[in-house]
Design a protein around this ligand. Structure first.
Ligand code: HEC
Ligand code: HEC
Ligand code: HEC
Ligand code: HEC
Ligand code: HEC
Ligand code: HEC
Ligand code: HEC
Ligand code: HEC
Ligand code: HEC
Ligand code: HEC
Length: 302
């Protein structure tokens, strides 16, 4: 055999191997296609809800196509045939809705960590809510991506919060600068009220860092619980406060160092009232209400 013969044979071997490989790929492809469930035989309208899922993050599950369908709806062999048809194994649809637990289990198969880690035991889980109450898995722009749609969804049920968002003083939620999800995890949070942070103060500090301190002179209620004085969503009083002017302070300081005078319907205080208080808001003097770092700021005046 000449060198040339050997080269020819090697090329021949390579071509054969290549052809064999192509055949294998083609055969595997056919076998794969034959295994693909027949969902599209009947759900054949490319414009339908069913097909839209193919354009979402879920469209490529298990290699995509009709294989994706069974990841959520189950193998559904009794449904996937002509004649008398059983419901799909898991159905979220209007016709044969499965029990909430079965629907949620289908999603949690893949989504039980990360944001959904605390779902079990969360208020929404305890209210027997389904993932598909909020998520339409067949839509392109799911709530996960669309702030405004998500907020609308929340406010459908939380009508009391909807009202608070339009009070004169409010967190700029309706304005789109802050969103429910910045403070709450709808799948369950670390703190009370599904807050993302363990404590309410940690939640506030996540955006209002300057309030965290440490301060040389602390004002105990601020260090302990911002909600002693503030409402989280909205308030009729300025600066999201629970109450206005002296009344706010007098919830706790009714008998403080200089006798405080409630400004109420009883009119102006009597002649014995401290001149410091007449017509004045406590904040005019005690401006460092969240704490002071001034050497002589013990009374929160500077
Ligand atoms: C032989 C025809 C056929 C095949 C194959 C088929 N389906 Fe269906 N499917 C139907 C019909 C008919 C309905 C009822 C439609 C309606 O009520 O509007 C339906 C309804 C559904 C529903 C909605 C159920 C509800 O509660 O509203 C889901 C989900 C579904 N099919 C999933 C699948 C999946 C997944 C596959 C593939 C594994 C599949 N289908 C294969 C005919 C079929
Ligand atoms: C990520 C999970 C998931 C995948 C993957 C999925 N579905 Fe669905 N399917 C759902 C959910 C959730 C609903 C309920 C939709 C809603 O909330 O409106 C639904 C509803 C349906 C419905 C009834 C609603 C309607 O308006 O027709 C049909 C039919 C359906 N799916 C078929 C399919 C087919 C076919 C596939 C594969 C191409 C598929 N689904 C893939 C989760 C999924
Ligand atoms: C077989 C695994 C699987 C199942 C079952 C599944 N998902 Fe997913 N889901 C994924 C993957 C993978 C992604 C893409 C993740 C990514 O992009 O980070 C995703 C993304 C999402 C997203 C983000 C959407 C986006 O576009 O960023 C949402 C919301 C979601 N899934 C909800 C659901 C719901 C609700 C169900 C049940 C009806 C469900 N998933 C079932 C695997 C799954
Ligand atoms: C009360 C409404 C609501 C319910 C119920 C709900 N979600 Fe969500 N989900 C949201 C919102 C709003 C977002 C976007 C904000 C965020 O990421 O927390 C989101 C985001 C997601 C995301 C994308 C972000 C990520 O990577 O985790 C996935 C995946 C998801 N949800 C899965 C689920 C599953 C699974 C369930 C059921 C166990 C579920 N959701 C129940 C409202 C909801
Ligand atoms: C289908 C109705 C419904 C939807 C939609 C809904 N919720 Fe809820 N939510 C409830 C119910 C019911 C409770 C329990 C009673 C309560 O605290 O009001 C609850 C409780 C809560 C709580 C208090 C949690 C606790 O541990 O005390 C928060 C925070 C909350 N939801 C935020 C949200 C957010 C954010 C959204 C949107 C992503 C949302 N909810 C969507 C019905 C809903
Ligand atoms: C700036 C942070 C923040 C934002 C943004 C926010 N919340 Fe809250 N929310 C809180 C805090 C803090 C509490 C706990 C109040 C308390 O325990 O005194 C709370 C409590 C709640 C509660 C339970 C108590 C109640 O008032 O009914 C619900 C429900 C709720 N929020 C829903 C929402 C919804 C819906 C949105 C979006 C429209 C939203 N929140 C936006 C911080 C926030
Ligand atoms: C996700 C970020 C975020 C979190 C968390 C947050 N805030 Fe805010 N807060 C803002 C933004 C944004 C503004 C508007 C600032 C502006 O307009 O300059 C604001 C404004 C305020 C105001 C002034 C309102 C007014 O009428 O001028 C107060 C008071 C306030 N926040 C208190 C709190 C308290 C208390 C908490 C904890 C329960 C909290 N914030 C948590 C973002 C946040
Ligand atoms: C003892 C009551 C009280 C407590 C507790 C309190 N605040 Fe305030 N806060 C006020 C008052 C009063 C104002 C208005 C100050 C003004 O108008 O000069 C205010 C104003 C604010 C403002 C508006 C911006 C500014 O500097 O005036 C923010 C933000 C704020 N507080 C956040 C917080 C946070 C975060 C906490 C918890 C760490 C907290 N507050 C605890 C009484 C309080
Ligand atoms: C939730 C209760 C509460 C509210 C509301 C409150 N305080 Fe205080 N305040 C305290 C406590 C507790 C102390 C610490 C008292 C002590 O150490 O003897 C304190 C301390 C002070 C001090 C320093 C006094 C000292 O002895 O060092 C001043 C000044 C003060 N508060 C002013 C105010 C003003 C002004 C307001 C209204 C804007 C207000 N407080 C609202 C609970 C409150
Ligand atoms: C005109 C300024 C002014 C006004 C208005 C004012 N204070 Fe004061 N307050 C002071 C000064 C100055 C001190 C410190 C006096 C000292 O250290 O001798 C003080 C001290 C205090 C103390 C500390 C008392 C102690 O036991 O050491 C408290 C608490 C207090 N004020 C609460 C209030 C409250 C509540 C209001 C509103 C109802 C208010 N102040 C209004 C100027 C004022």
């Amino acid at each position: 055999m000449t060198k040339r013969d050997i080269r020819v044979r090697r090329v021949g071997q390579r071509v054969t191997a290549y052809l064999a490989y192509i055949c294998l790929v083609l055969m595997a492809g056919t076998a794969f296609a034959a295994d693909e469930p027949g969902c599209f035989d009947c759900h054949d309208d490319p414009g339908s809800t069913a097909h839209r899922v193919l354009q979402t993050a879920h469209g490529s599950l298990q290699g995509g196509g009709a294989n994706a369908c069974t990841t959520c709806h189950g193998a559904s062999e009794e449904h996937d045939r002509r004649g008398k048809r059983a419901p799909p194994e898991v159905s979220f649809g209007p016709r044969w809705p499965s029990a909430v637990e079965a629907r949620n289990a289908a999603c949690l198969n893949c989504h039980e960590s990360g944001e959904q880690l605390l779902w079990a035991g969360s208020a929404h889980q305890q209210e027997n809510m389904a993932c598909d109450t909020c998520h339409d898995a067949h839509r392109l722009a799911d709530l996960a991506l669309d702030h405004v749609a998500a907020e609308d969804k929340c406010l459908d049920c939380h009508t009391d919060v909807r009202a608070q968002l339009h009070l004169p003083s409010r967190h700029p939620i309706a304005e789109g600068k802050t969103a429910c999800r910045d403070c709450h995890n709808p799948h369950g949070g670390l703190g009370d009220s599904a807050l993302r942070q363990v404590t309410l103060n940690d939640n506030c500090f996540s955006c209002h860092q300057e309030m965290r301190g440490p301060f040389l002179w602390e004002h105990p209620p601020a260090a302990e619980d911002c909600s002693e004085c503030h409402r989280p969503h909205g308030s009729v009083h300025p600066r999201l406060l629970n109450a206005r002017g002296p009344a706010l302070c007098q919830q706790c300081h009714a008998a403080a160092f200089h006798p405080s005078v409630p400004y109420d319907a009883a009119g102006l205080p009597g002649a014995g009232a401290d001149v410091n208080l007449l017509g004045k808001n406590c904040l005019n003097c005690h401006g460092r209400i969240h704490g002071s770092n001034h050497p002589s700021g013990a009374r929160l005046t500077r």
